[in-house]
Ligand binder design. Sequence first.
Ligand code: SF4
Ligand code: SF4
Length: 62
Amino acid sequence: MTDSKKVKIDADVCTGCSICIDECPTGALEMENGVSVLARPGDCTLCGNCEDVCPVSAITIE
Ligand code: SF4
Ligand code: SF4
């Protein structure tokens, strides 16, 4: 296993505001059951936008 970085979204913290989905330049995120999920991990460039814009800090890149 490689320890590649990955966007992690805490479903317990996410309020479903969808700001991160609007701000993701590659459309990698999607709303699912009221929370944001990394629906297309292959499209994520790890740009960090979603982490920066989330008002409740539900997103971390780890
Ligand atoms: S790190 Fe960038 S490309 Fe990846 S999900 Fe977040 S906003 Fe989208
Ligand atoms: S910006 Fe944060 S709170 Fe809003 S949908 Fe994305 S992860 Fe959830």
